[in-house]
Ligand binder design. Structure first.
Ligand code: SF4
Ligand code: SF4
Length: 143
C-alpha cells in the first residue's frame, strides 16, 4: 500500500482524469435529462461496475449511507439526483442512455478504465473491479 502522501497524489491524478473526461464529454454532448433512472439499477436493467480506487475515493470524501444491496438502487441517489457528483465513478460519468453514442462511449470507457488501472499500478494499491454496490457495502454506515 502507498503512504498517505502518495495516496494524496493518486487521488489528485484521479481527479485530473475525471476532469479530462468531463471535458471530452462536454464536447461529445450525448445528452441527458437528469431523470436519475439509470441509478436505479434494476429499473434500468443495468449493472454499474467500479474499481476499488474509485470507491475508496468516494469513501474518503463522503459518508456511505446505510443501504440494502438487494434494493439495487444507488444509495447516493437523492430526489433523483446524484448527491456525490464530484466523486462519482467513471461508470456513472460515462453512462448515457442515448443508443447513438454506445460505441464511442464504450471506447472512451475502456480508455479511462485503463488509465485508472495504471494509477493503481503506479501507486501500488490493490485493485478490485466489481459491481459498485458490492464494493460499497463494505463501507456502509450501520448507525
Ligand atoms: S443517462 Fe438517461 S436514464 Fe440516465 S439520467 Fe440521463 S436521461 Fe436519465
Ligand atoms: S454515484 Fe451518483 S451517478 Fe453514480 S449511480 Fe450513484 S447516484 Fe447515480
Amino acid at each position: 500500500m502507498g503512504s498517505p502522501p502518495a495516496l494524496e497524489n493518486l487521488y489528485s491524478e484521479l481527479e485530473a482524469l475525471y476532469q479530462r473526461l468531463e471535458e471530452e464529454l462536454t464536447v461529445l454532448n450525448p445528452g441527458c435529462n437528469g431523470c436519475g433512472t439509470c441509478c436505479k439499477f434494476s429499473t434500468f436493467d443495468h449493472v454499474l461496475y467500479a474499481s476499488s480506487i474509485e470507491v475508496d475515493f468516494i469513501k474518503r470524501n463522503r459518508e456511505i449511507p446505510d443501504f440494502n444491496v438487494t434494493d439495487n438502487v444507488c444509495p447516493f441517489l437523492k430526489d433523483n439526483q446524484c448527491s456525490i457528483r464530484d466523486f462519482r465513478t467513471l461508470g456513472c460519468r460515462i453512462f448515457y442512455c442515448n443508443p447513438s453514442y454506445k460505441q464511442i462511449l464504450c471506447e472512451m470507457y475502456e480508455k479511462y478504465y485503463r488509465m485508472i488501472k495504471e494509477l493503481g499500478i503506479k501507486y501500488d494499491v490493490s485493485w478490485r473491479y466489481l459491481p459498485f454496490l458490492n464494493q460499497l457495502v463494505r463501507f456502509k454506515s450501520t448507525s
